[in-house]
Ligand binder design. Sequence first.
Ligand code: 13P
Ligand code: SF4
Length: 306
Amino acid sequence: MDDLEKLKQEKNALIIAHYYQEPEIQDVADYVGDSLGMALYAKKQKCRIAVVAGVRFMAETIKVLNPDKKILLPDSNAGCSLADSCTPEVFSYFLSKHPGAFVMTYVNSSLEIKALSDVICTSSNALKIASQIPADRQIVFGPDQHLGRFIMKKLGRPLILFPGNCFVHMSFSAKEMVRLKERFPDAAIIAHPECEESVLSHAEFVGSTSQLLKYTKESPKKKFIVMTEAGIIHQMKKLNPDKEYIVGPDLEGCSCNECPHMKLNTLEKVTDCLEREEPEMIVKPALAKAAMKPLQKMVEMTGSPA
Ligand code: 13P
Ligand code: SF4
């Protein structure tokens, strides 16, 4: 048994990783998944400690759902530019312009933003949740406008979109992607809904990271142009080594299709944080209580046993 495995057993700890983590972290994790999967998995486990190899909003959500577990985030600077750009002041001002609207918020947000919301969603369950909101109620969706626009089109009803975005997914070039498709006409374009509409409109399939992974497994296609953070290709290759995965092209010279926040975590930091049992995710009880309400609403509307 290697040292990390021994440490995990000694401390009754589990490692929960997002698909955008470095392959070497994914390979030592007890669970690898999307934001929803990570939270549901954490809730079901009996461990004392969960190391969340992801970004802060993921660790915060897991802490709120697991108040009795010690939640560790290997690098306390691992934020998310989408979540961090939507501050409570700006969001409150935005909401004040739409009084009475139902506030549906993407999980990629801080706990303060969640506390201002009626329901939380992930990219896996956003459509299911939005489709249950009464037709006579206006819906404010934030902070990611592209996911919001994607849902709006699928639903065929207007949403009031907060103008946030993820710079990693915004950095993909629709023009280069179309060129790539011309070179590989047999490849399927698959995209995360945080991409711009110009990318999504060309995609054969749009979905959360876990939905994209499932699609590559089930599709008869042998080649995919992957329009999301490149880390997920590791699991795609593991699941279907005989298929080919082409990293989505970004703007020339930018190399932004790797999330710098996610990539702050390293295997060394994962081991180190478990040894020291810090940095620990601490959440103020009043804030946890306020954020729990819309998270519970998500559970109610999706039937997920969170
Ligand atoms: P998923 O929930 O689809 O894994 O997305 C998380 C994320 O941060 C996308 O940028
Ligand atoms: Fe945030 Fe974008 Fe990184 Fe996801 S890929 S964690 S939305 S910055």
